[in-house]
Ligand binder design. Sequence first.
Ligand SMILES: Nc1ncnc2c1ncn2[C@@H]1O[C@H](COP(=O)(O)OP(=O)(O)O)[C@@H](O)[C@H]1O
Ligand SMILES: [Mg+2]
Length: 235
Amino acid sequence: MLLELEDVTAFYGPVQVLEGVSLAVPEGGAVGVLGANGAGKTTTLRAISGTVRARGGIRFDGRDIRGMRPDKVAALGIAHVPEGRGTLTDLSVRENLRVGAYLRKDRKGVAADIDYCLDLFPQLQHRIRSNGSALSGGEQQMLAIARAVMSKPRLLLLDEASLGLAPGTAKTVYEAIGRLRTDAGLSMLVVEQNANLAFTLVESATVLETGRSVLTGSTAELRGMDEIRRAYLGG
Ligand SMILES: Nc1ncnc2c1ncn2[C@@H]1O[C@H](COP(=O)(O)OP(=O)(O)O)[C@@H](O)[C@H]1O
Ligand SMILES: [Mg+2]
């Protein structure tokens, strides 16, 4: 397994918000995390990227990364695209992409990956000199993903990439994420409220309820469950 979480708990100050989250992402795999608002999806990603205090087992490529500083986690090859996108709004699109690659020394590789990202998201090509703040919500989401790709990660953590986007834009974004899998074999952990969209991408998913993993299954298994259909698939 590339990433393994075993019985992870997490805390904001004294308040415990995760109570036993377990999941695994195989090398090259895409795994979903489903759950209602407040279930602990974002906190799970934060526990991995080192931005919230956590206990339990968090292993990446066999190495214990729990408690590691966020910059160290990023340097190991874990890129976190946060909820709300985190686009740097006072920088241009090109500058945002360069920031994503700040740890890399291979200038030719960086230039090639900027071209790759602009091919992946042609809309960004047209906005290359625009300020992040001038972009639409969809373009900001594309830029946040592209910036993560620029760090050449082994694992992408995606937090609700479809949130607030028109359905057509969300579909475009998820098609591009799908290409990242087929082109680059990028592994990913995908948090989504829109399970229909997530299921176009992931092969398995874990369901969180009030900070616990309550169910894990293949996409086909989960689609077949009445309670999943009712809670997450709109009927
Ligand atoms: N910074 C914070 N301080 C205190 N509690 C928080 C903080 N962020 C989130 N929480 C609480 O932790 C729980 C899980 O939140 P979160 O991981 O954001 O859920 P989700 O992403 O599934 O909506 C919620 O009850 C939320 O209110
Ligand atoms: Mg969240």
